[in-house]
Design a protein around this ligand. Structure first.
Ligand code: ZN
Length: 289
């Protein structure tokens, strides 16, 4: 793979459009960048747009990728490094680009790393360097690094993330251990609050006691999680914002009904589900209508 270092990844590419004000304006709007240097008759392009001028769009560039780069990627695929993730990008700017500039570029494979082990899996970092020119003048370089890797095999049983227990919410988690869902109540004005907080949002009083939720509620809103998948969670699944009979709302899983049958207004009932030896969580059993 080292033999590919220094070989071409793209040759004699040209920007699909000359540097132009409409693209600059859209970019600045999207970025919220109001720098006056990017508007008006003497406008320059934001330097970080460098890559925008050399992107191929959906159809790609007329020339396309050079063969050595295609070969290198194929070689990595054969080694089992079939996944790819972009890791970082570095740019250098030699002079500002202005509307009307027509950019051309060449890309070389700058380096291919040894096989490395990362959290994603083991693989090789491939760095390409694109030299961007206007005429014969080098105006900037764009280094782009990808990791081509073999995905790490998933551990058989991932555990759910642990809740963060602190001074402000320890009482809630003690309640959960006893299968009681406790809601904080301000002792000054009796306002209920959930999730647990150090003070009353209605009157500011720091003193509180608790009331135990009787366990019924309705789905106030919900989402169905499809992507991305997280360890220990098997999509698709429904996450509800449940309004308890006491009036406060809690985010939790809606279980016991198919994810696509969860509806706003659906009655639910509290239950405590044990996920592993350390973790029990309040979830809500949906009652299909
Ligand atoms: Zn209060």
């Amino acid at each position: 793979m080292k033999a590919y270092e220094g070989r071409a990844a793209a040759v004699a590419g040209t920007g699909r459009d000359p540097v132009n004000l409409p693209m600059i304006r859209h970019w600045c709007e999207a970025m919220g960048d109001r720098n006056p240097a990017y508007a008006g008759p003497d406008a320059i392009a934001p330097p970080t747009m460098l890559q925008a001028w050399i992107m191929g769009g959906l159809d790609g560039h007329a020339g396309g990728r050079a063969r050595p780069y295609e070969e290198l990627l194929a070689l990595l695929d054969e080694e089992g490094c079939t996944s790819v993730v972009a890791t970082d990008c570095e740019q250098e700017y030699l002079r500002p680009l202005r509307p009307g500039d027509e950019v051309a570029f060449d890309t070389v494979i700058e380096s291919v790393s040894e096989r490395k082990t990362t959290k994603l899996g083991t693989g090789h970092f491939v760095t390409t360097r694109t030299d961007v020119r206007v005429g014969s003048e080098l105006v900037g370089t764009h280094r782009f690094r990808i990791l081509k890797y073999a995905p790490a095999r998933r551990k058989q049983r991932e555990r759910r993330p642990r809740p963060v227990v602190n001074r402000d919410n320890a009482g809630f988690w003690e309640g959960v251990r006893e299968h009681r869902l406790l809601i904080q109540r301000c002792t000054a004005c009796a306002t209920l609050r959930f999730p647990w907080l150090p003070g009353c949002h209605a009157c500011g009083c720091p003193d509180w006691d608790t009331v135990e939720a009787e366990g019924t509620g309705t789905v106030f809103s919900y989402v169905v999680m499809h992507h991305p998948p997280f360890p220990a969670f098997e999509p698709p699944y429904a996450i509800g914002l449940v309004e308890l009979a006491e009036g406060v709302r809690i985010v939790s899983n809606v279980v016991g009904v198919p994810y696509d049958k969860v509806r706003i207004g659906m009655p639910v009932r509290l239950e405590f589900r044990r996920y592993d030896e350390e973790l029990t969580l309040p979830v809500f059993q949906g009652v299909a209508q």
